[in-house]
Design a protein around this ligand. Structure first.
Ligand code: MN
Length: 718
């Protein structure tokens, strides 16, 4: 068992600024809490967390990680609570211990059927902070080293299987080759003891035949390299029984053909030297075909770089050579810990902390190589998810097919509401782009931006959809209210009344609405006419004449025969029958400048249509009812006329506003508006506009046509 001061010395050897007091306190706290608990081996339980901390010192982890290692079983196995840890060791350590505890609980629930699910939770849990995973791997390593003390075979087997399928691949993924190799071999011993024994025995036989080959080969290879003028450090080892066995299985070869029993590491000063070593070695020794791999120009996903080659070595023994620089070696040994920036409290400032996870996920997308260790683990469960990263390296977990808009809303509602664009992996991309695993997403926001209803078509998260809908509803309401208010104002003004809140308040109940704004919305939507509101507030404002349903009636008293008298309320049309009432048909809304005809209807007088109105077809066989009419330009100029347009507008915030602004700018007034059809993308509306004449309306139509919100616009006919 490592003593308190030994542990501290190890940490201080690589981190002179280590939190000595914190580590000491954790040591004492854990020892007290575990008290007299014993391990299966009979050792005091406390020996376990200390060993775990000891393993981690080899990876130069920060003080918080060492403290976490010491405390990692206190919540699960002792009376200590998370709150205790927090008050004694602070938020950072408490969160790490909590993370490890959660992983431990997953392990306890584990059974074969649930493993996939567990694994997913595991990855998610650890992705919060990679230090949690480091502690968990060291914990697992120590448990595997002491696995044989566990009496129940079934339990040993379960732990070994879990190690093989989950922890070893994870260790490799984060580049911790040593831990991975040892975990695998320990699990192999449990899972297939016969196979392992056979491999070990074979190794022993070989050793007996050739003596200790490793040191001999090191010496020879060093000599060859020195002759080639290369300064190198050569080391060598036998491969583990598990890796030998796996290669035998994979290549279906016998022991003698394996070039993987011994591996030699050659460390040189530069990348250039790596390739020089290759030249020298291939010159000196016969090459084993098909064994060369250039991981320098094509690094492994976990960052591993080296040249690998197989040669028939000095004693005609197949050996593997791994050639790399010192820096590459550091990464090969320490993996993610090599990037560890303990000076900044363990949080890498460049977001690289998660690079391995990004790459892990990238692999999941593209893995096809059977050698991929990941094939051992259950990765399918990731297929319904994508993992993306903020520029700071925070992980955002989204459903598949998610877009930058989903991402933005997942980061924060405000970010979503104001997003205008997104950089994916540094490149500006459309908001509808489907995100891929490992994408780094930077959301570009603008205060002026608001949610766009078209987003709803491509977002996949409920949160994004709900926010967009809510916003669109609010915005629409606002617009309808504005529109309704302006229709009312116009209507009241014409009748010489003024629109007051007080007046409107008095009739809210009558129209069954709660607030003034609600009433405006009803008018804006066309569910209520301005006239109806006016007459409700001022019953005396009732019209003197019968209403036509289009509200554009010319009073009977004004109708005159022949050429209308100049000025003062004359009829703007020539050709009417004396004494007969005249009104404009609601179907075509004839305007001065239009060619017009009248249709005589018994009891209703003359209805004026445009000559191209569809309704006229109904009277084709009754020529006696047709009147040839024309406009009195001067009279017509005295008043405004209502033209009706059929318009299709994009269903997006602002488009109704654009529409009414555009009409007002062109001196038209909206007197009525009705939505006749509505889809996700578009509104179809009938709008009545007060204009001087047909030219005026044509000008307005032309202006609206030019507006991006307007899809199509035409005069309504029939
Ligand atoms: Mn433990």
């Amino acid at each position: 068992m490592i003593r308190q001061f030994e542990l501290l010395e190890r940490v201080k050897a690589y981190d002179p600024n280590a939190d000595e007091a914190g580590i000491n306190a954790a040591y004492v706290f854990a020892m007290k809490m575990h008290g007299s608990q014993k391990r299966a081996s009979g050792d005091p339980y406390f020996s376990h967390p200390i060993e775990v901390a000891g393993i981690l010192t080899a990876y130069r982890v920060d003080s918080a990680t060492i403290e976490t290692a010491l405390l990692h079983d206190t919540i699960e196995d002792t009376p200590a609570s998370l709150a205790d840890i927090q008050s004694h060791f602070g938020e950072d350590v408490a969160q790490l211990v909590d993370g490890v505890t959660k992983l431990t609980r997953i392990e306890f629930q584990s059974d074969r059927d649930k493993q996939a699910e567990n694994f997913r939770k595991l990855v998610l849990a650890m992705s919060e902070d990679i230090r949690v995973l480091l502690v968990k791997l060291a914990d697992r390593l120590h448990n595997m080293r002491t696995l044989h003390y566990i009496k129940k075979e079934e339990k040993r087997r379960r732990i070994a299987l879990e190690t093989m399928e989950i922890y070893a691949p994870l260790a490799e993924r984060i580049g911790m080759q040593e831990i991975k190799t040892e975990l695998e071999d320990l699990a192999f011993e449990q899972l297939n003891p016969e196979a392992r024994r056979a491999v070990v025995k074979r190794l022993e036989t070989l050793r007996a035949l050739g003596g200790e080959l490793v040191p001999k080969i090191i010496e020879e290879v060093s000599g060859v390299l020195a002759e080639g003028g290369i300064e190198a450090e050569v080391s060598g080892r036998e491969k583990t029984p598990y890796s030998i066995w796996r290669k035998m299985q994979k290549y279906d070869v016998g022991f003698e053909q394996l070039s993987d029993i011994m591996a030699f590491r050659i460390i040189v000063a530069s990348t250039e030297d790596c390739y020089k070593v290759l030249g020298v070695a291939h010159n000196a020794y016969r090459v084993v075909p098909g064994r060369f791999k250039d991981y320098i120009s094509m690094p492994k996903p976990n960052g591993y770089q080296s040249l690998h080659t197989g040669v028939f070595g000095p004693h005609n023994q197949r050996i593997e050579l791994q050639v790399r620089t010192a820096e590459m070696h550091d990464i090969a040994e320490f993996g993610v810990a090599a990037h560890w920036n303990y000076k900044q409290g363990g949080v890498a400032s460049d977001g690289k902390q998660y690079r391995w996870l990004r790459e892990l996920l990238d692999i999941l997308e593209h893995a096809a190589d059977p050698e991929e260790v990941l094939e051992h683990s259950k990765m399918e469960m990731f297929q319904d998810q994508v993992f993306c990263f903020t520029p700071r390296g925070d992980l955002i977990n989204l459903p598949r097919r998610a877009t930058p808009v989903d991402f933005a809303y997942a980061v924060h509602s405000e970010v979503g509401d104001h997003c205008v664009g997104a950089k994916i992996n540094g490149k500006m991309m459309p908001l509808r782009t489907e995100l891929k695993n490992g994408d780094q997403v930077e959301v570009v926001t603008s205060k002026a931006q608001s949610p766009n209803p078209t987003w709803e078509r491509f977002v996949v998260t409920g949160k994004a959809r709900a926010r967009i809908r809510r916003f669109v509803r609010l915005k629409e309401r606002e617009e309808y209210a504005k529109l309704g208010q302006s229709i009312l104002k116009r209507c009241f003004k014409e009748a010489d009344y003024s629109l007051t809140d007080k007046g409107v308040n008095g009739v809210l109940k009558k129209f069954d609405v709660g607030a003034i704004e609600d009433l405006y919305v009803e008018v804006g939507l066309g569910n209520l006419t301005g006239r109806a509101v006016l007459e409700a507030i001022y019953p005396r404002a009732k019209r003197k004449a019968e209403n036509d349903d289009d509200g554009t009636v010319i009073p009977l008293t004004k109708a005159r025969s022949g050429r209308g008298a100049k000025g003062g309320g004359g009829v703007p049309i020539h050709g009417l029958i004396p004494g007969m009432a005249m009104h404009f048909a609601g179907c075509c809304h004839a305007l001065p400048g239009d060619r017009i005809v009248g249709i005589v209807t018994t009891g209703r007088g003359v209805t004026v249509h445009t000559i191209d109105c569809d309704t006229l077809r109904d009277y084709g066989d009754q020529p006696e009812r047709w009147l040839d009419l024309s406009w009195d330009k001067d009279e017509a100029a005295n008043e405004l006329h209502v033209g009706r347009v059929y318009v299709t507008v994009a269903n997006s915030p602002g488009s109704l506003g654009d529409l009414s602004t555009m009409i007002a700018k062109n001196e038209g007034n909206i007197s009525n508006l009705k939505i006749v059809n509505r889809t996700i993308d578009f509104f179809d509306m009938l709008i009545d506009i007060e204009v001087r004449d047909v030219k005026h309306l044509t000008d307005i139509i032309a202006a609206l046509r030019a507006s991006p919100s307007v899809n199509s616009i035409d005069r309504a006919k029939g």
